[in-house]
Design a protein around this ligand. Structure first.
Ligand code: AMP
Ligand code: MG
Length: 330
């Protein structure tokens, strides 16, 4: 079973950095808290390290990994920035925005991390992860710390339940504040395209750019460019029913705000993503409540309508994947 190391105090933190760095130097993956979800991190420059991520997750190798940098300077050594991408980096880093950019010629990022593409997905995270990258001196490839196709972890306990037997160390930074993965945009030749909605609202990106950006095509069609877009992903065992206005006795209910859902009192289990109707709070609770609803033994999970604006876009994206039929999961 993985060793779980807390980072509540400065002393804990120093020990955690040392322990995580030691694992990374052995080309093994370590689970780390980020502001989005828990990541399964390994040295992005080392083929054996990257292979260990794909193997631990059971992730198909055509699905490239986001590479995490300590700061913009490290990012510029690995990717080619233009004025638009620099503007976005300056506005949103450190934070939950991933930029897909042309790979820098002398970048040390290993082709296994980019799935052989001539582009690289990069972001600068806050807090512990940035500290760890600085200490290691190399970028970290880090997808979510879950078995491929399952719900992303937002606590160290979620990671332990899924991957605890397969990894050596989990750094416990408490619940992830954002709770959904990063927003991914591709910047190329003066054009900005959304590949995946996430922790930064698309409206905030548009406000910085002063233009509207194009959205992904229908679910599943952008699979090669952003495999997080595959139809079925985040799959719970129970079936998921969206935009529910009523709930049955064999279903769990995931509510939002104060709207009335008929049958709520008789539901098998009841969760409210945000009684106050706050989308950021809802995002931070989403994966934990999906997991708990799934564990309640309910046959199905009914989810109330969520407004499709701000972080609601990322929430609805993840819910649609959770509700998609099996068979196309990554
Ligand atoms: P995750 O599984 O949350 O780590 O998500 C990684 C996402 O970033 C995947 O959906 C990838 O397709 C996307 N991504 C990473 N690198 C690239 C790249 N070079 N080109 C396009 N998408 C990328
Ligand atoms: Mg993931």
């Amino acid at each position: 079973m993985a060793r779980i190391i807390p980072i509540a105090t400065d002393k804990d933190r120093a020990e955690a950095i040392t322990a995580a760095t030691e694992v990374l130097m052995r080309q093994r993956p370590v689970a780390i808290p980020t502001e989005t979800v828990y990541g399964l991190a390994a040295d992005a420059t080392h083929p054996a390290a990257i292979t260990s991520i794909y193997e631990t997750k059971g992730r198909p190798r055509f699905n490239p990994l986001i590479c995490h940098m300590a700061d913009l300077a490290m990012a510029e050594r690995n990717a080619v920035f233009d004025p638009l991408s620099r503007k976005l980096a300056e506005a949103f880093w450190p934070g939950p925005l991933t930029l897909v950019l042309p790979l820098q010629e002398n970048s040390g990022i290993h082709p296994l991390a980019t799935a052989g593409l001539d582009s690289v997905g990069i972001r600068v995270p806050v807090g512990f992860t940035a500290e760890l990258i600085r200490n290691l001196g190399r970028p970290l490839a880090a997808p979510s710390a879950n078995s491929s196709g399952r719900i992303s972890p937002t606590t160290a306990q979620h990671v332990a339940a899924d991957l605890g037997q397969k990894i050596d160390v989990i750094i416990d930074g408490g619940a992830c504040p954002v709770g959904v993965e990063s927003t991914i945009v591709k910047v190329k030749g003066g054009d900005v395209r959304l590949l995946r909605p996430g922790g930064i609202a698309v409206e905030a990106i548009e406000a910085v750019l002063g233009t509207v950006i194009s959205r992904p095509k229908a679910s599943g069609t952008a699979a090669i460019e952003a495999p997080g877009m595959l139809a079925s992903h985040y799959a719970p065992d129970a079936s998921v029913r969206l935009n529910a206005t009523s709930v049955g006795q064999d279903e769990a209910l995931i509510a939002f705000g104060s709207g009335d859902i008929s049958g709520a009192a008789g539901a098998k289990a009841l969760f409210n993503l945000s009684p106050a109707g706050d989308l950021a709070e809802a995002a931070s609770n989403l994966f934990d409540y999906l997991k708990r609803a799934d564990a309640s033994g309910a046959k199905g999970i009914a989810v109330a309508p969520i407004p499709n604006e701000g972080l609601g876009e990322a929430i609805n994206d993840r819910l649609m994947r959770a509700a998609a039929p099996r068979g196309t999961e990554e």
